[in-house]
Design a protein around this ligand. Structure first.
Ligand code: ATP
Ligand code: LTN
Length: 327
């Protein structure tokens, strides 16, 4: 039996190369090894206020991008979180088992809430309980995510262990899978900050649907430093980040990349990187146009996905309700 993979992505902002390098390309590449479920997490998206019309169109855009990245609905279940109501219900039950102290330690909450001040919702604080519900509903073994989500998967493990300790073997205890390279792509404008969908600075991220001239401009303007050599040096975060992007798109080794750019400056390297990213994204962008040009296709994929996910979620929730004495 194949191991079960579950992962999620929020239908917010513009999906960027960080999401692709750190998460979605691995989801696509490993599809045959695992039994896969991928979720568009709209309930997570509303932990920060969103424009209702935007969410609807972003759900379709994100789904289109997942399919364009190679996720095959014949091999993987792709669905929208709010279409399977068991996610909210299990999240509530888990709320009653997760200590406040665990939540308070989450660095994503600390970062996001410090930006929002009084606007911070209880939902933003509680975000990891809903994520734990997503994962635990499907007997998930492996959760492939970027580095920023590792702490949330660890909280999920702790919640599952705590629950199992009280009620017996109810949940499968999942483990995070973090890519060795590119699990934390940094912002082009500020290489000390993670590339993020919610960051609004114009040169911050390369979106998967950016046209070639925009990609070129963003890379040429990316923040580096006053050094000149093109080498992998973690103490020089700007050039290190660009080199990491180059490496993930080409699959070349550090040594070979450094040799290729020996004696050349940042300008030459940035030009080459822009070329690599533009060509790397071209097939994905072409597939996206094709997929979204087919009327009704995405809605059909999502409806079929929810129909497959629902019975699995129902079964786990029923087990949990029985264990805690509900219903
Ligand atoms: P936001 O920063 O607005 O919360 P996001 O860019 O983190 O959004 P998500 O939808 O939350 O996007 O993440 C989808 C997947 O992409 C997750 O597995 C996440 O860990 C991964 N990911 C996000 N940003 C990066 C990044 N900069 N580098 C590598 N992986 C990333
Ligand atoms: N929190 C994740 C999205 C997410 C997720 C999940 C990832 C929601 N539920 C379950 C893995 C498993 C994020 O912000 N990227």
């Amino acid at each position: 039996m194949k191991k079960r993979v579950f992962s999620g992505i929020q239908p917010t902002g513009n999906i960027h190369i960080g999401n692709y390098i750190g998460a979605t390309r691995h989801w696509a590449a490993d599809q045959d090894i695992y039994d896969n479920i991928f979720c568009i997490v709209d309930l997570h998206a509303i932990t920060i206020q969103q424009d209702p019309k935007q969410i609807k169109s972003k759900i379709r855009e994100v789904t289109g991008l997942l399919l364009a990245a190679g996720i095959d609905p014949q091999k993987s279940i792709v669905f929208v979180q709010s279409h399977v109501h068991e996610h909210s219900e299990l999240a509530w039950i888990l709320n009653c088992f997760i200590p406040m102290g665990w939540m308070g330690r989450m660095t994503q909450y600390k970062e996001k809430s410090s930006k929002q001040k009084e606007q911070v919702s209880v939902g933003l604080f509680d975000y990891p309980a809903l994520m734990a519900a997503d994962i635990l509903l499907y007997d998930t073994d492996v959760v492939p995510v970027g580095e920023d989500q590792k702490q949330h998967v660890e909280l999920t493990r702790d919640a599952a262990l705590r629950f199992n300790n009280i009620y017996g073997d109810i949940f499968t205890v999942p483990e995070p899978r973090i890519a060795e390279i590119g699990a934390r792509i940094m912002g082009l404008d500020d290489p000390t900050k993670k590339m993020s969908k919610s960051e609004e600075a114009p040169n911050h991220a390369i979106a998967l649907l950016d046209p070639p001239d925009v990609i070129q401009k963003k890379i040429m303007r990316a923040t580096t430093d006053s050094e000149t050599t093109v080498v992998f040096d973690e103490k020089r975060p700007g050039i290190y980040n660009l080199l990491t992007i180059y490496k993930t798109f080409t699959g070349e080794k550090d040594k070979d990349i450094e040799a290729k750019f020996a004696g050349k400056g940042y300008g030459d390297f940035k030009k080459a990187l822009a070329e690599v990213v533009i060509e790397g994204l071209r097939p994905l962008q072409e597939r996206y146009q094709k997929i979204t040009g087919e009327a009704g296709y995405i809605d059909k994929v999502l409806a079929e996905g929810a129909a497959k996910a629902h019975p699995l979620a129902q079964k786990t929730l029923a087990k949990v309700q029985k264990a805690v004495g509900l219903g």
